[in-house]
Design a protein around this ligand. Sequence first.
Ligand code: ADP
Ligand code: ADP
Ligand code: ZN
Length: 214
Amino acid sequence: MKIIMLGAPGAGKGTQAKRIAEKYSIPHISTGDIFRANIKNGTELGKKAKTYMDQGALVPDALTCDLVMDRIQQEDCKNGFVLDGFPRTIPQAEALDAALKNIGQTMDYAIDVDVPDENIVNRMGGRRACLNCGATYHITFHPTKEEGKCDACGSETVLRDDDKPETVQKRLEVYHAQTQPLIDYYKEQNILKTVDGTRPMDEVFEAIVAILGA
Ligand code: ADP
Ligand code: ADP
Ligand code: ZN
């Protein structure tokens, strides 16, 4: 099963992608997590990506596409994968389709987690991330057991630099301009499914399972 998660920043793509990956035993591939791991490890890619991410802009397609194409060709992806945060532009979607076409495959589902902009600012302000293991929490909707400490690995949880209100506004603009057109792109391919992302996390997941099959 090959799945794309679509939706605005903070819509809940990552939260749902992790659960999908677990239930269907497929890898969760988050470009944001990959970039953040590179930043943490001080790689050249990380240094380049950071300048864009800090401004709420997209990392250029040239730096993003190859990375994903390499990843989806690894052995653990042979039964499928869930892409979270990729594609984010039409050229990225076209690159993905072209790479899959080469091996006689196509994507199965693009799931749009639909959340209006009004809800997003609140979501992002309350998001806390563990930069060590990638776990995500929310101060109201999904708090850590101990304040400021990751349940999974015990590291500190932080407000991401790009989750500060001024950057969130910019990211929403970038989303509407560059990523939202993908909704029509996948509608035309007949693989678009929409779920109401304003519902509680468990209900959103139930709606997704109803689409993918139990
Ligand atoms: P969110 O889903 O909250 O927007 P992500 O972790 O997916 O956050 O992305 C964080 C940042 O990483 C983005 O704002 C962007 O700068 C960069 N990024 C992630 N995925 C991509 C992509 N496919 N193309 C370009 N930039 C990306
Ligand atoms: P994305 O990957 O789309 O940027 P996340 O999965 O990181 O989004 O979720 C953004 C924030 O909102 C996180 O703090 C997360 O815990 C919280 N969240 C996710 N889904 C829901 C939901 N259905 N209801 C309330 N909060 C949610
Ligand atoms: Zn952690």
